[in-house]
Structure formats: structure tokens, C-alpha cells
Design a protein. Structure first.
Length: 455
């Protein structure tokens, strides 16, 4: 059992802190936000994450997990301090490390005995060394401490599962003592045969960026192939499947769509590009992935506009508002780019998301939020599937068709079969497979849809 302090109760801090408590450690989670701490003390979560609520409640009940705003006290009582504070992008795309350094200073000022200070947030290579120097500068006596890097690889929506069954755990340290303490903390996972990668702080820091940027590049790659597929009349779903059957490539992260979003890939790719440049090694592949992602998103917006012909006065229904399913996180979410773009061109927007409507409502104006997909479709001139929530995969598309004023379907996640949609006389566009069908459909005379409702 370790006494652990987790600074930052965002998604990474809260999931990690709770899971470490579940292993039997004594965990104090700290946040400066009093409202958030009050909420958590009441057993409620500030965001939605699958199965986390139950885990928080259980560990609080059993006395292993607590929440406080008293950072100094929590640090003084703990042997291992995890820092999971925010590292947003600054204007130049660099990670803004002010909060990370603030934590380091506070640790220095409260270093009452030996502690390991572990960086959980994604930070550029070299941050560990800066944190070490800051703690040294602010400690009052020469109390010993160690700095470590332990990047997280949790996906939103399956973060608890990812923590409990990781592909790997990375522990970056400069001393055997710190390595031993962290290895002991992760022993329950190691017993479950999760590979433990033990390395230096710098290597651990880079592993995180290298992994995220690689995944982002994989997505951009397949999105570029998707656009190419449309020009040459190929189907990207089949291309991706066949590519993925090659074990060296693998099938995951080859889904063409509206580009990657979320709080990690956009920010981390920019930060990697920026610190690689500073190091004199331009990350050209990562830069290209970023450009391709921007292009992809714009292309999907153009596609929506083209399907409407003239957006002014038209009604657009948007299904899904979060950056991916199983989360209410709307940071860098495609629908939040699409909706204002269509509104600027004069379209009216109605939308539905199973979970993310409250978080999206804080960032959007004049959107009519609906109770389900059918209400969204009612009277719409275009229906956009923006996020592939499971409940959008099996909609009664005949009914949807009947409800729409003009049956235009833009399937940004390729979850419907173009031929079936064509049979239902939708004007369908997907990603990497739909546009040739769209053209074919425009060439063919179509029977007026008798079943269509007027909006
Ligand atoms: C990502 C990584 O997958 C995690 O390993 C990492 O820990 C996390 O960032 C982080 O740095 O904290 P996350 O942002 O939750 O996790 O989301 P992903 O599931 O990776 O999806 C990112 C974006 O890529 C989403 O917008 C998703 O729709 C998109 N995506 C994903 C595609 O467009 N195609 C794919 O094939 C896969």
C-alpha cells in the first residue's frame, strides 16, 4: 500500500487516482476547483466516463479515496505525488506547462520527507528535468526526492478498462529507488501480464508523443486514401480491411472519417511538431498528418454544403456531438466545427447526442436539441452522422427517409451501406466510398418520394 496524492481531477487524474485506490492504495485527489471537489465529495463526477462512477463510489465508501483542495496537506501526507494537471496548447502550439511547474513548486515547498514526483500529464521531452530543478530550487532543506514519468494511454470512453488491462505500462525514472516504488504500484497489472517498460524519464516522455502522433498519422493516412478512393472509384472500407489483415499494419485506427478530434491528438501532434522543430529535427510526417486532418475536416464541411446546394434557409440534422462515442467530451469535436460553419452560411441546425448535449450546448448557439434521431430528421434537408454512437448504427432508415424534407445523408463515419441507402433513394455520401454513388444518383432520374413528409 502506498500513500498517493493525485494532483488534478480531470479525466486522467480521476481515472488513474480511482484505479490506484482500487488496487488498495490510499489516494488523495487534489483539485483547486472547489466546486469540482464538492461535487466529487458528494460522489458525483464532473464528466461522464463509462463505469467510473461506481468505482469512485466504492473506493470512497471503503475509505481509500478522498478529495481535497488542500494541495500542501495532501503532498505532505503522501509518498508518491502524481501530477495530472492540464497542459493546453499555447498560441504557437507548444504545451503550456504553467500548471505543471506550479505543482513542482508546491511539491518543493512541501517536501517534508522523501517523495517520488510522477508526471502523468503529457509533457514535452525535457520537462522532467525542469520539474526536478524547480523542486530543488523550492525545497527548504536538502530532503531527497525523485522525479519520474509515467505516461497514460487511456482512451476516453474505455479509460477504466484501459487502465486495468493496458497494452503496456511505461515507467521512466533516473534512480532504482523510484523505479522500484513505481513497479510496486503497478504490480497488480504486472501480475495480469501487462508488459512493463522501464526506461529513462526522457524516453518515457517521448514514448507518449510518439504513440499518439503515430496513431494520428495512421488516421490521416487512411483519410487521405479515402479521398483518393473517391477519385478513382474505390472503397476505402475494403482497402482498410485488406491493409489491416497484414499483421505489420494491423486493423485498428484505419477508420476513415471526419478526421481526429478530442483533447489529445490535436494538441499532442502540435506540441510534438513544435518541440521537434526546436530540437532541429522537423517532424515532417507529423506536420503532414496535422495538415491532412485539417483538410479532411474542411472537406467534410464542404461536402455538407454541397449536398445542401444553397445552405441558406435549409435545415440540417446532426447526429452526435462528442468527438467520439462513449464520451460527453466535445473538445475539438468535428460537429462543433461543422455546425457553426453551416450556421454562418444560413442553415438552421437541430441535433441529438445521447450524452454530450449539455457540454455541446455550452459551446453552440441557436441549435435546436432534440430527443432522438427521428426528431432530428423531421423536416431536415440533410442528415449528418457525425459521431458513431451505437444507437445510430441501427436506425429505421426508411422512417428517417420519410421524415426528411430532402433525403440527403452525409455519413461521416461510414456506418451505413451506400447501396442500401441508395435503394431507399437517399442521396448518400460517405467517406471514401460515397461520392461516386452520389454522382451516379444525380445522373439517374428518381421517383419523387411519396413518403416524404413536408417539414
Ligand atoms: C487517445 C489515445 O488513443 C490514447 O491512447 C491516449 O491515452 C489519449 O489519446 C491521451 O493522450 O490521453 P482519445 O483521445 O480518448 O485517446 O481517443 P481515440 O479513441 O484515440 O480517438 C481520437 C480521435 O480519432 C477521435 O476523434 C476518433 O473519432 C478518431 N479516430 C480514431 C478516427 O477518426 N479513426 C480511427 O480509426 C480511430
Amino acid at each position: 500500500m502506498q500513500r498517493i496524492c493525485m494532483v488534478g481531477t480531470g479525466y486522467v487524474g480521476l481515472v488513474t487516482g480511482t484505479c490506484l485506490a482500487d488496487f488498495g492504495n490510499q489516494v488523495i485527489c487534489v483539485d483547486l476547483d472547489e466546486e469540482k471537489v464538492a461535487l466529487l465529495r458528494g460522489g458525483r463526477l464532473p464528466f461522464y466516463e463509462f463505469s467510473l462512477q461506481e468505482l469512485v463510489e466504492r473506493n470512497m465508501r471503503q475509505g481509500r479515496l478522498s478529495f481535497t483542495t488542500d494541495i500542501a496537506g495532501a503532498i505532505r501526507r503522501s509518498r508518491v505525488i502524481f501530477s495530472a494537471v492540464g497542459t493546453p496548447s499555447d498560441r504557437a502550439g507548444r504545451a503550456d506547462l504553467r500548471q505543471v511547474f506550479e505543482v513542482a513548486r508546491t511539491v518543493g515547498e512541501n517536501l517534508n520527507d522523501y517523495k517520488v514526483v510522477v508526471q502523468k500529464s503529457t509533457v514535452p521531452v525535457g520537462t522532467g528535468a525542469k520539474v526536478k530543478a524547480l523542486i530543488e530550487k523550492h525545497r527548504r532543506k536538502k530532503t531527497p526526492f525523485d522525479v519520474a514519468s509515467n505516461p497514460e494511454f487511456l482512451r476516453e470512453g474505455s479509460a477504466v478498462e484501459d487502465f486495468m488491462r493496458p497494452n503496456r505500462v511505461v515507467i521512466g525514472t533516473w534512480t532504482q529507488k523510484a523505479e522500484d516504488i513505481l513497479s510496486e504500484i503497478y504490480r497488480p497489472l504486472y501480475l495480469n501480464e501487462a508488459p512493463l517498460v522501464k526506461t529513462s524519464v526522457e524516453t518515457a516522455e517521448l514514448i507518449k508523443y510518439a504513440s499518439n502522433a503515430f496513431l494520428a498519422a495512421k488516421i490521416s493516412y487512411i483519410n487521405e486514401m479515402a479521398l483518393l478512393c473517391e477519385k478513382v472509384g474505390a472503397d476505402v472500407k475494403v482497402v482498410a480491411r485488406a491493409m489491416g489483415l497484414d499483421h505489420r499494419i494491423g486493423p485498428k485506427f484505419l477508420h476513415a472519417g471526419a478526421g481526429y478530434g478530442g483533447s489529445c491528438f490535436p494538441k499532442d501532434t502540435l506540441a510534438l511538431m513544435s518541440f521537434a522543430r526546436e530540437a532541429g529535427i522537423p517532424a515532417t510526417i507529423v506536420e503532414a498528418a496535422i495538415r491532412a486532418n485539417r483538410h479532411q475536416r474542411q472537406e467534410m464541411i464542404r461536402r455538407a454544403e454541397a449536398m445542401l446546394k444553397e445552405p441558406r434557409g435549409k435545415v440540417v440534422g446532426v447526429l452526435g456531438l462528442s468527438f467520439k462515442p462513449q464520451t460527453d467530451d466535445v473538445r475539438e469535436a468535428f460537429p462543433l466545427l461543422l455546425i457553426p460553419a453551416l450556421q454562418r452560411r444560413g442553415a438552421r441546425v437541430r441535433a441529438f447526442d445521447p450524452i454530450a448535449m449539455p457540454s455541446a450546448a455550452r459551446k453552440l448557439r441557436q441549435v435546436e436539441f432534440c430527443k432522438d434521431a427521428y426528431e432530428v430528421a423531421h423536416g431536415a434537408d440533410l442528415l449528418v452522422i457525425a459521431t458513431e454512437w451505437n444507437e445510430f448504427r441501427m436506425l429505421d432508415m426508411r422512417k428517417i427517409h420519410g421524415l426528411m424534407r430532402t433525403p440527403n445523408l452525409l455519413d461521416c463515419r461510414n456506418i451505413y451501406d451506400p447501396d442500401e441507402m441508395e435503394k431507399l433513394t437517399f442521396t448518400y455520401a460517405g467517406v471514401g466510398r460515397g461520392v461516386h454513388l452520389l454522382r451516379a444518383a444525380q445522373r439517374r432520374p428518381r421517383k419523387p418520394a411519396a413518403t416524404r413528409a413536408e417539414g
